[in-house]
Design a protein around this ligand. Sequence first.
Ligand code: SF4
Length: 386
Amino acid sequence: MTVNLLDFDLEGLAAFCEGLGEKRFRATQLFRWIHQRGASQFDEMSDLAKSLREKLKASAHIEALPVLSQHISSDGTVKWLFDVHGGNAIESVFIPEDDRGTLCISSQAGCAVACRFCSTGHQGFSRNLTVGEIVSQLWFAEHFLRRHLKRQDRVISNVVMMGMGEPLQNFTALVPALRVMLDDHAYGLSRRRVTVSTSGVVPMIDRLGQDCPVALAVSLHAPNDALRDNLVPLNKKYPIAELVAACVRYLKVAPRDFITFEYCMLSGVNDSEGHALELVKLVRAQSSAGNWCKFNLIPFNPFPASGLLRSPHAVVLAFAKILNAAGIVTTIRKTRGDDIDAACGQLAGEVMDRTNIQSRLSKRGTIEIRPENAMAPFGSKDTIND
Ligand code: SF4
């Protein structure tokens, strides 16, 4: 069995090359071919010696996850469903905007945190993704989009780890994958443009700060422990005071001077004026200026098993007004890709019926790209507010 080179950061690839009796610098050439040029065949790598290419052919391969489906929304959002075997699938979503292209990627098949408002959480946890499975989402999306848009330059400028899974519960794969994203010989993304989103795994927030500080987003969703215990069960282990303290520690090493708090607006649950005022108090307890964090209010995407409803827009606006008036920068996320179920919390929609995926695989082979969508032109009518 050969090794998938998408599993390596540059250091790992250098060690692999040394194992083949090659100089470490060959790894840099190889890394560039893979990630900057999207090469998947060693014969394409014309500046590598033929003897090295032969060794690589015998011991390695470069292979993205099989695509189960691809959907392109009328607003330009693209969603891929990837097969991660064993009846599991994960999703990645590309969101084009005027000034950036953001890829939202998954870190786990399913999720153990079981947030009440999240359809991924409702399907349970299957397994951690490998480094290669995380990197594969970026590798595939970047090079597909370049070909599709006929662009030579980079299409994806931002990565958010906000897809399926809790990234900090898959830390050993997360960090090498982040290093590939940041490496100048690969995607060269700025630390400010790579965001890890966590539901609040406090010790691992500290580890991330030590090992690979990138932008941090925290799924808060409630201003007090009683409510957060109910919405984000991990809060029982790491309550809000500990979470906020970890955020403040993280700021010392973070590439941005603020933490983003994600707050899913749930009608009649966490969206009252009283909740907004509690948040103001929570933020100001750390700093009276309130400028160490930003809030991103997310319209909930209802799904039947949740028993929850989206807050009316007027309620969301009123909530944002209270936070903004207190000096806390607050934005409201515009929903994207509604016609393809691409929005947060819907990522697992197609995955939940695993039998369906297995039968698709067995009946049709590994790929089902819907032809009516596969070559649709991109548009960028809407923008996200954050
Ligand atoms: S919101 Fe994130 S942490 Fe919570 S269940 Fe969903 S994927 Fe897991």
